[in-house]
Design a protein around this ligand. Structure first.
Ligand SMILES: Nc1ncnc2c1ncn2[C@@H]1O[C@H](COP(=O)(O)OP(=O)(O)O)[C@@H](O)[C@H]1O
Ligand SMILES: [Mg+2]
Length: 259
């Protein structure tokens, strides 16, 4: 088991965002994490990556307890993207990609931004630059000297995926990587996910586009109101009453609000 989380819980003030959630990712497995808005998907990614502290539960990465700040979890082999992309806007696409390489050795990429901007800390090696060129070609990212702040949302997502891949993570956490991406971005990210699986590493793919997710994943986990409503075969999940309730129940309630 590559990632093994159990009993995970998180409250935000009075809001119970997650309770008693277990999540497992095997070697070479892509797990789809779906659920309507507010179900707790991002919170779960935050607890695993260390962006938020869990109130309850345990996490193991490749058998070793996963604790402490996001920087040590990055070094231990976790990489993530964000629902709202967090690139260093003044740095070039190339330098943003290099940050992923450095983060694998030195910790969180955003702790490194100041250093890379001044060229003082953690100088990159020729192999970092070569890896970045390779990643950009694989994902179809061109014109690497553009400032990241000038990219479209879809392009920013591609660069975030590239930055995370550059960390060569054991487990890659992708929070809605397809939102705002065009066909070119979707195919680049899909290929990258398959390549991670091929390498025997794990992926957690968050999206509420269930059709897109189900075509890519080996297993599907449905969150509803902070709890696991389904965990199993993607086709079974698609056909499950739990999925209908989670999505269409919410939709029907929305309709009755309007009328
Ligand atoms: N930083 C936060 N402070 C307070 N409440 C939050 C915070 N982040 C998320 N929540 C709440 O936790 C619940 C789960 O949110 P989230 O994990 O973002 O869901 P999802 O990613 O599935 O849309 C929601 O009710 C949301 O409003
Ligand atoms: Mg979210």
């Amino acid at each position: 088991m590559l990632l093994d989380g159990s009993g995970l819980g998180k409250d935000y003030g009075g809001v119970r965002a997650l309770s008693e959630v277990s999540i497992r990712v095997d070697r070479g497995e892509v797990l789809g994490l779906v659920g309507p808005n507010g179900a707790g998907k991002t919170t779960l990614v935050d607890l695993i990556s260390g962006a938020q502290r869990a109130d309850a539960g345990t996490l193991l990465l490749d058998g070793t307890p996963l604790r402490g700040p996001a920087s040590s979890r990055a070094r231990a082999g976790l990489a993530r993207t964000f629902q709202h992309p967090q690139l260093a806007p003044d740095l070039s696409v190339r330098d943003n990609l290099v940050l992923g390489r450095l983060a694998a050795r030195h910790g969180r990429w955003w702790d490194l931004v100041r250093g890379i901007a001044t060229g003082v800390l953690h100088p990159r090696s020729a192999s970092d630059d070569a890896a970045v060129e390779r990643l950009a070609a694989e994902l179809g990212i061109g014109r690497l000297d553009r400032a990241a702040g000038d990219l479209t949302l879809g392009e920013q997502r591609l660069v975030e995926v590239g930055r995370a891949l550059g960390q060569e993570p054991l487990v890659l956490l992708l929070d809605e990587p397809f939102a705002g991406a065009d066909a070119h971005g979707i195919s680049g990210i899909s290929d990258a996910i398959r390549a991670v699986r091929q390498r025997g590493h794990g992926v957690v793919l968050v999206d509420h586009n269930i059709d897109l997710v189900s075509a890519l994943v080996d297993r599907m986990m449905l969150l509803e109101l902070g709890a696991v409503a389904f965990d199993g075969d993607p086709a079974d999940c698609l056909a499950s009453p739990q999925l209908r309730r989670a999505y269409f129940g919410e939709w029907a309630e929305g309709l009755s609000d309007v009328s």
